[in-house]
Design a binder for this molecule. Structure first.
Ligand code: BG6
Length: 516
């Protein structure tokens, strides 16, 4: 996996061109959009600054916006000044001078002809050898069309002189199993699977990648990582933001589609997968795919018992400031029944995990921004303490903090000093920042770098995307057939609806208290 190479290369950052990508051109479809200026350009800048980017590199921006190369260069430098970390004027200028622009509509064949001409010119000028990767940062309804046009124009064809052509496709990859299959079918008519890089930005997060290293790079935890020692797993992905001006998209999507088959499934597969036979892309992805296939398919009755949906009404944040309800957000239907919160109980039907429930919850406008995976171990047999006050000691917990805190905490019981036998919960904490310092990363660096070196480990294969949708499809169906009656059912700034507490309470469990 390239992560290791990036880490090694970071350590050698003052050696020019250490482990840098080979020559190539990044073609950004949707070059005038938000993702480009906030994430993609700053990531390329960071790679450049860390000497991980070939000097034989160029960007070609494509969109329907009325830019030209000169204006786009200004857009590149403005974006880097605004969103880049530690913007060095020389590097910004370098990147701006290596940027080009082609304007047009994504369904117009002429755009692709002009793009081809521009690329031929860029190849000559920057010695980029005809190696191209296309980043589709565009509305999902254009994915299939753009790929079809790339195929028709020959731009995605790899045959010539051993050059490579790759396509990164953003999320959402479909809106249910059927549409994801149709999209896979459409892109695979044009591209080989090895040319397709389905991105999920959660896999760009250091803490998410670290789950693999933590589990398989240490001998200590793996022997207890199973049903014999683990009682259950809790995953929380809580956001304090609302729909942030994306009401139009969100109201047709909802939290289940937006977060579960993609981001949360990444967290689940990395936590639950078997050790891969190597870190080769398909070895890792085979094991992830097996977890997805082992997740117990939900019947309609399971959905009714094991799923909770919520929508926020007006409320207040932790500073006491008033927050509007979801139905009052811009571009949201005032009678909307779209969910902004989901909790699910899932089971994994394999030898390692049989009988160990995975509870997950995710929502907008929750009390605190916090993402974690909590492994709850089984209780110790408390025979020794039978006649004391400590019978109800909580079980050991291992918590992987994904964001904004980044680290791992192990909670266990320790004797409270004094003549009586009293046990108190204590934490052993590892914080990323304390050891490695905070890296100025957007999370996209490793993904772009990996695509440029042809390592697809951190990208989704067709079967994984479809397996993710197969898990949530029954929930979508039942929720559609039985529209929610009690929305809004949680206040903005809270931990979600009461039913989410009940989901665990029925099993004699409760969510970890995550109030800061
Ligand atoms: C996106 C979703 O994919 O992920 C957003 O569309 C969500 O709704 C975001 O807010 C969360 O990403 P992060 O990195 O802030 O956890």
């Amino acid at each position: 996996m390239a992560t290791a190479q990036v880490m090694e290369a970071n350590a050698n950052a003052n050696m020019p061109h250490t482990k840098s990508t080979g020559p190539c051109v990044m073609i950004i479809f949707g070059a005038a959009g938000d993702l480009t200026k906030r994430k993609l350009l700053p990531s390329i800048y960071n790679l450049l600054q860390q000497n991980l980017l070939s000097r034989e590199f160029a960007i070609v921006g494509v969109s329907r916006d009325d830019f030209n190369t000169e204006k786009f260069r200004k857009h590149v430098s403005d974006s880097l000044q605004q969103f880049g970390a530690g913007a060095d004027p020389e590097l910004i200028e370098w990147l701006a001078n290596h940027s080009y622009y082609v304007q047009g509509e994504f369904d117009n064949p002429d755009l692709y002809n002009r793009l081809g001409e521009q690329l031929a010119q860029v190849d000559k000028q920057h010695n980029t050898h005809g190696n191209y990767f296309f980043y589709l940062a565009i509305a999902p309804q254009f994915f299939a069309m753009a790929v079809e046009q790339l195929g028709r124009s020959g731009l995605s064809s790899q045959e010539r002189n051993g050059s490579w052509r790759r396509v990164i496709i953003e999320k959402p990859f479909g809106r249910d199993l059927e549409s994801a299959r149709a999209l896979n079918h459409a892109v695979k008519k044009v591209l080989d699977e090895e040319q397709i890089y389905r991105i999920d930005h959660y896999l760009g997060k250091e803490t998410v990648q670290n789950i693999l290293v933590f589990r398989f790079g240490n001998g200590l935890f793996e022997p207890i990582w199973n049903r014999n020692h683990i009682d259950h797993i809790q995953i929380t992905v809580a956001e304090t933001v609302g729909v942030e001006g994306r009401g139009g998209y969100y109201d047709t999507s909802g939290t289940l589609r937006d977060m579960v088959p993609n981001h949360i499934m990444q967290l689940i597969t990395l936590t639950a997968m078997e050790p891969p036979i190597s870190f080769a892309a398909d070895a890792v992805r085979d094991e992830q795919a097996k977890v997805l296939r082992a997740i117990h398919p939900m019947t309609a009755e399971d959905v009714i018992h094991n799923s909770v949906r919520g929508q926020y009404g007006p409320g207040a944040n932790s500073k006491g400031e008033r927050l509007p309800g979801y139905r009052q957000e811009a571009s949201v239907d005032p009678g909307s029944r779209t969910e902004t919160f989901v909790a699910l109980k899932l089971g994994v039907d394999n030898w390692r995990w049989a009988g160990v429930p995975i509870y997950l919850r995710t929502g907008k406008r929750m009390a605190r921004r916090h993402t974690e995976i909590a492994i709850q171990f089984k209780r110790a047999p408390f025979v020794l303490f039978r006649d004391t006050d400590v019978e109800h000691l909580p079980s050991n917990q291992l918590v992987i903090n994904v964001q904004p805190e980044e680290g791992i905490a192990l909670r266990f019981g320790a004797k409270v000093p004094g003549p009586l036998v009293q046990i108190g919960p204590v934490d052993m904490n590892f914080n990323y920042g304390d050891y490695f310092g905070a890296a100025p990363q957007t999370g996209y660096e490793v993904l772009l770098y990996d695509c440029m070196i042809g390592d697809a480990t951190l990208f989704q294969r067709a079967d994984m995307v479809e397996a993710g949708w197969s898990i949530v499809d029954p929930v979508l169906d039942v929720w559609k057939a039985l529209p929610p009656r009690e929305f809004p059912n949680y206040g903005a700034g809270s931990w979600g609806p009461r039913e989410a507490e009940e989901l665990l309470a029925r099993d004699g469990r409760h969510w970890r208290n995550l109030n800061a």
